[in-house]
Design a protein around this ligand. Structure first.
Ligand code: SF4
Ligand code: SF4
Length: 107
């Protein structure tokens, strides 16, 4: 199992999640943070820490957000490790789930 960051993070990147992760397995791209499924120890601490409920256990990801399971696993190699909080981009994502998926896949 792993945890997965989904569309609510896109364009928001509050980064509160990185402050609670004991193994620093968040990676930052231009518009989203993702979790490395190989490093995540399934502690679940990040899920309630995210103010916009963007994080799910992979077994609980809603149907429309399922593409994010692959997005997290794939984008880890392109993105930079992040372990300290920073200024959010916005209070919440301005994108629909479909727009968010399109944006991340087009980066
Ligand atoms: S706390 Fe939630 S919205 Fe903020 S960066 Fe982490 S996953 Fe994204
Ligand atoms: S479940 Fe735990 S180890 Fe995995 S990303 Fe969240 S805080 Fe980090």
């Amino acid at each position: 199992m792993t945890f997965v960051v989904t569309s609510a993070c896109v364009g928001c990147k509050d980064t509160e999640c990185v402050t609670v992760c004991p193994v620093d397995c968040f990676y930052e791209g231009p518009n989203i943070l993702v979790i490395d499924p190989d490093e995540c120890i399934d502690c679940g601490l990040c899920e309630p820490a995210c103010p916009v409920n963007a994080i799910y256990a992979d077994s609980d990801v809603p149907e429309s957000e399922i593409p994010f399971i692959e997005i997290n696993a794939d984008k880890v190699d392109e993105y930079e490790n992040i372990y300290e909080a920073k200024e959010p981009m916005a209070e919440e994502s301005p994108y629909t789930t479909e727009e968010a998926i399109e944006l991340i896949l087009s980066e």
